[in-house]
Write a protein that binds this ligand. Structure first.
Ligand code: ZN
Ligand code: ZN
Length: 489
């Protein structure tokens, strides 16, 4: 969920342009005028022969699709605290070691443990209609015999704040908020705060439960789960998402002005925190091994589907990128590190745990990337770091020319698992993936291997590999993110 909250802050790029190779003088023609003059070193191109070998190897023998297949077929769903999450850690350790990474190990973290249980819902008046519904992650359950109440509909979080408490008390609040389809996922980012805050907003006015229109762009009967949260001192009420088609119907019934009653039974349980782990592996640098270029993705997934797009694809992209770099005849100067984070979906314990465990080493993290927006092709890149490092970013981005990746001068975000690194000043580079259809299946039972297209994921893996190689082989320092840009955007 949080990764996608991250998208919330993303506006459309102000300007974009195709990446171009740096000029002879070392200055990229794309360098914004606000940046300082580049040094000769700042535009050091990546080792061309290594890049060519890497590109050809990825085009002819990418195993990215095979990694998603293996993770989804051999492990499956892997929500924090579940047996699947333990199997995923073992899978990741085995896979990284088999694919030639060094120092492969798991780093333990405590993670939330929530179980869904059985769940069902029905409109009981003015007609009887079974609902396609699923609990939001972290929700409390209902009593075993369920919760039945009249429905009160709102179209925003702001609307519930303005509602008359007398009209809301004792009811199930229905939040009917559409998710806009966008290429960069920003529509999801704008809608998702409803999922996070719906229960608290309704409980403050005395509601007994909450249902939301799924935060998704499909028109199907697949409800989308995802994390929600409670606040201390506010009653914890059960919260569920309706498939978008069921939300449509509930809205039509409400529009008639007759009382609508809904019944839902959620078997969800919050259990004591459990053991989880990040999995880390390195392609050791040949000249500056203590400097790290980090490739991150998250190993956990929701429980309904198989976590193919979210984030099996991201894991596969970064594993394949590192595997191909490890096979190069000449290893890059800096270390390329893969981190498969625990618990992105409902707590970020993995991201926080990595930053805590590597505190002093973060000063030597040269640049970080994250893959957590499915299996689509990379269409644009952007950077967050000091202005003086923008030429180094452009030199790195030049490695993506052949893939048709545009360069944006908008600040990168870095993604949710990189949040603690951004806060510590580690520069980040976004490789933005095509996500137009990603939110059709995101967090649903339909998040399966069938949604992964080989050609697309191979392009994405190639982009991550080429950018990581360029960043790891360059001699330039990407600097630190200025203090004022380290807080979450
Ligand atoms: Zn997710
Ligand atoms: Zn994700």
């Amino acid at each position: 969920m949080v990764a996608l909250l991250a998208v919330a802050a993303c506006a459309s790029p102000r300007t974009t342009h195709q990446a171009q190779a740096p000029t002879k003088t070392g200055a990229s023609p794309l360098q914004p005028s606000s940046t300082s003059a580049p040094t000769a070193a700042s535009a050091t191109p990546p080792d061309e022969s290594s890049a060519r070998v890497l590109r050809e190897a990825l085009l002819s023998s990418s195993r990215a699709f095979e990694f998603v297949r293996s993770l989804t077929d051999d492990v499956g769903p892997r929500l924090s605290g579940s047996l699947g999450s333990k199997a995923a850690v073992a899978w990741a350790e085995r896979t990284l070691a088999e694919e030639g990474l060094a120092r492969v190990h798991a780093e333990p973290v405590k993670v939330p443990h929530w179980e869904r249980g059985e769940e069902h819902g029905t409109i009981v008046a003015p007609v009887w209609q079974p609902l396609a519904l699923t609990a939001l992650g972290g929700s409390v359950g209902t009593k075993p015999d369920g919760l039945e109440a009249e429905v009160f509909e709102v179209d925003s979080l702001e609307a519930i704040e303005k509602a008359d408490p007398k009209a809301v008390k004792g009811k199930i609040v229905f939040y009917d908020v559409q998710t806009e389809r966008t290429r960069d996922g920003s529509g999801y980012g704008r809608a998702v705060r409803v999922r996070a805050q719906a229960a608290v907003g309704a409980a403050k006015l005395g509601a007994r439960g909450v249902v939301i229109r799924s935060i998704g762009t499909d028109e199907s009967r697949m409800p989308h789960t995802g994390a929600m949260r409670y606040e201390d001192k506010v009653q914890r009420i059960p919260a569920a998402a309706l498939a978008t088609t069921d939300a449509d119907m509930l809205h039509r019934l409400m529009a008639r002005g007759l009382p609508v009653r809904l019944r839902m039974t959620l078997g969800a349980k919050i259990l004591p925190d459990a053991d989880g782990a990040n999995v880390v592996g390195d392609v050791e640098g040949s000249g500056a091994a203590d400097e790290i270029v980090l490739l991150g993705a998250h190993l956990d997934s929701w429980d309904l589907g198989r976590g193919a797009l979210d984030d099996g694809a991201g894991c596969a992209i970064v594993i394949e990128a590192a595997r191909q770099i490890a096979k190069l005849p000449k290893r890059p100067r800096r270390t390329v590190r893969v981190v498969l984070f625990a618990n992105e979906e409902n707590g970020l314990a993995g991201a926080k745990g990595y930053a805590a465990a590597h505190g002093a080493e973060l000063a030597h993290h040269a640049l970080a990337f994250e893959a957590d927006l499915g299996a689509g092709r990379v269409y644009e890149t952007r950077f967050l770091g000091p202005p003086a490092a923008v030429p180094a970013f452009h030199a790195t981005a030049a490695s993506l020319v052949s893939l048709g990746v545009a360069v944006s001068d908008e600040d990168a975000h870095g993604g949710s698992d990189l949040g603690p690194l951004v806060a510590a000043g580690v520069p980040v580079m976004d490789l933005r993936q095509e996500a137009t259809s990603y939110f059709d299946v995101h967090h649903t039972a339909n998040d399966t291997l069938e949604r992964v297209a080989r050609k697309e994921i191979d392009q994405a893996a190639t982009a991550f590999a080429l950018a990581a190689l360029a960043a790891a082989d360059g001699t330039t320092d990407f600097g630190r993110i200025p203090e004022e840009k380290r807080s979450r955007r």
